[in-house]
Design a protein. Structure first.
Length: 95
């Protein structure tokens, strides 16, 4: 399973936004676009890629949220020791 740098950045940001969200763990795509400083269509394309890879779910008009696999990968990005474990489990990180 290949995870590009851009995918890693989105996963990390979605994790951060949902972690600090007081109301819900679902994040709007417009909020993600604003934080990532990209267009809404760019977020939509990445959300589709991440959903196809099994890292998040998207509920139209409700938002996006990380799957258990997406959350585990996002946590691993924050911790080098966990990242080593993720690599051993078959995650391939692309430059």
């Amino acid at each position: 399973m290949s995870v590009s740098t851009a995918m890693q950045e989105y996963l990390a940001e979605i994790y951060r936004l949902s972690y600090y969200s007081e109301d819900d763990t679902q994040i709007s795509t417009s909020a993600l676009a604003k934080v990532m400083k990209v267009s809404a269509p760019a977020v939509t394309r990445m959300v589709q890629r991440l959903q196809e890879s099994g890292y998040l779910e998207h509920e139209p008009y409700r938002g996006i949220y990380l799957t258990p696999a997406g959350e585990a990968f996002a946590k691993a990005l924050r911790d080098p020791a966990s990242l080593a474990v993720a690599k051993k489990r078959g995650f391939v990180l692309l430059p």
